[in-house]
Design a binder for this molecule. Sequence first.
Ligand SMILES: C[S@@+](CC[C@H](N)C(=O)[O-])C[C@H]1O[C@@H](n2cnc3c(N)ncnc32)[C@H](O)[C@@H]1O
Length: 212
Amino acid sequence: MIERLARDGTAVARSDGSTHELFPVAASAAEGEALGGWVSRERAKRTIEVGLGYGFSTLHICEGLLVGGDSSARHVALDPYQATRFGDCGLQFLEEAGVSGMVEHHAEASEIALPRFLDEGRRFDLAFVDGNHRFDGVFLDLVFLGRLVRPGGILFLDDYQLPAVARAASFGVTNLGWTREEVSGADDLHQWAVLRTSEVPDTRAFDHFVDF
Ligand SMILES: C[S@@+](CC[C@H](N)C(=O)[O-])C[C@H]1O[C@@H](n2cnc3c(N)ncnc32)[C@H](O)[C@@H]1O
């Protein structure tokens, strides 16, 4: 399925017959491969993604989970616009790839769903962030996901070439003790960065602030 989508670059939505150009909205093949590699190397069993879109990143995450060989591994994907903007193509591709059963989709904005997941006590090993790319959107995603992933968990961030995305990530590094594990080469369309959250509890003073 991954190879087919990468080769064809377009697809027709079963839901309404609309034709979709998948790229550059979908993650690039190189980014997908890097993402799947992080999932398998981290031996992740619980993953979460903001921005299902065409599900190209989702397919790579599922591949990484399957490489781990744990049949209980599961992925959560958020996208409030899956039906309206994407003609449910992401969900369609997951079904065609035979991985729908391991993906829990919520048609909700991350700023609504992530705090609820915290309240529910959910935990993840790795998060992929590719949703609302404005500063406040990415900042909220990272702050909530930083609490939802286990200590020392992975936050894989798309579109790091955008100043808003890089600045939001910088807060985690300068103020929360996160580390940059990987930054890909840049191009106009996609650059990714991989952050690892801190392993130690947050003991900042009430007025702690490092400019970022
Ligand atoms: C660049 S696309 C993601 C592409 C996807 N990673 C792929 O490889 O096909 C961005 C996605 O984020 C979704 N999105 C936008 N704002 C969001 C939000 N607040 N919460 C969750 N998803 C959001 C959009 O509907 C869209 O599906």
